[in-house]
Design a protein around this ligand. Structure first.
Ligand code: 13P
Length: 343
């Protein structure tokens, strides 16, 4: 465990005005995204698309890191440079998704637990050699509707335990763990319920971190924002989302932690930016806040690209614009008018 390297990596991940691109969609998720723009999902189209994002001129101004999928960590740019090497040369930290996905949690209908701990120590040692300096593990927490009491205690604690075991293994390997207990925004639940569940999930997560001796100084939280369920008739406005999210984070996340990043979770691109901006503009927060979006950074680029080489430059421009907007939002300097300006 190289504490100096872990500190350096964690600080770089949340450097001012920069955030993390999540480009670690599993091949199944990638297939869904590509299908939406009629692109066949093959090893080569995935390489081409991700290469397009990574080689966007100037993206390094706004990106501190990129989360890669195992396949991508081993792929190369059109010029034959391994992606992690290419990114590191640009000053962007290569990261790696190490979980094996969320599976049905036995005897807990409708709930998931993330798998991937078996053999993880060996995989982390290889990932470090391949250049990965941080990792990601995503847990999925579903909010039940009506009389349902979901999430269950079993779901919260099974996922927290796995997150802590993963985080400890990462730190042992000198890789910064990004821990992601994602509370899904799917469903008709209220924003009040989202706040309650997010708080419960984070409490369980940090209790497990303490129990497993995970060093808080070498840890990054990737969290969902406290938003209304997608189907809820009352959608909380930006200021309310910001206030509720920060209240929960202040209650649960130790100030010793170097930073917090957010997932976008299916919010619109601009909503994800506006919410981050409102939170980052608050004074006196104990940790830097920034983005670690997949969809909210990639959507416009994917829709512009549509698998056509001839659209590559326009797609890069669209990606640059979202990265730029979120880089400003991470400093509380974004304004809606900026969306109208070309990148
Ligand atoms: P979204 O920003 O699309 O929610 O993805 C972030 C992520 O990495 C989910 O694990």
């Amino acid at each position: 465990m190289d504490k100096a390297l872990l500190s350096k990596t964690a600080a770089a991940m949340v450097a001012r005005g920069k955030g993390v691109l999540a480009a670690d969609e599993s091949s199944g998720t990638c297939e869904k995204r590509f299908k939406s723009v009629n692109v066949e999902c093959t090893e080569e189209t995935r390489r081409t698309y991700r290469g397009l994002l990574f080689t966007t001129p100037g993206a390094e101004q706004y990106l501190s890191g990129v989360i890669l999928f195992d396949e991508t960590l081993r792929q190369k740019t059109n010029d034959g440079v391994l992606f992690p090497e290419y990114l590191a040369k640009k000053g962007i930290l290569p990261g790696i998704k190490v979980d094996k996905g969320a599976m049905d949690l036995a005897l807990c209908p409708g709930e998931k637990v993330t798998e991937g701990l078996d053999g993880l120590r060996g995989r982390l040692a290889e990932y470090f050699k391949l250049g990965a300096r941080f990792a990601k593990w995503r847990a999925v927490i579903t909010i039940g509707e009506g009389v349902s009491t979901l999430p269950s205690h079993a779901c919260l604690y099974a996922n927290a335990h796995a997150l802590a075991r993963y985080a400890a293994l990462c730190q042992e390997a000198s890789i910064v763990p990004m821990i992601e207990p994602e509370v899904l925004l799917d469903g008709g639940h209220t924003v009040e319920r989202a706040e309650e569940v997010t708080e419960a999930a984070l409490r369980a997560t940090y209790a497990a971190m303490a129990a497993h001796h995970v060093s808080l100084e070498h840890l990054i939280l990737k969290t969902s924002m406290v938003v209304s369920g997608k189907e809820c008739p009352r959608q909380a406005p930006v200021d309310e989302v910001a206030e509720r999210t920060i209240r929960v984070l202040k209650r649960t996340v130790p100030a010793a932690q170097p930073g917090i990043v957010f997932l976008s979770g299916g919010q619109t691109d601009v909503a994800a930016t506006a919410h981050l901006n409102a939170m980052a503009a608050m004074k006196g927060l104990p940790w830097p806040l920034t983005f670690s979006y997949s969809r909210a950074l990639q959507n416009p680029a994917l829709k512009t690209w549509r698998g056509q080489m001839s659209n590559a430059a326009a797609a890069q421009k669209a990606f640059h614009h979202r990265a730029h907007m979120n880089g400003l939002a991470a400093q509380g300097k974004w304004k809606p008018e900026l969306e109208k300006q070309a990148a």
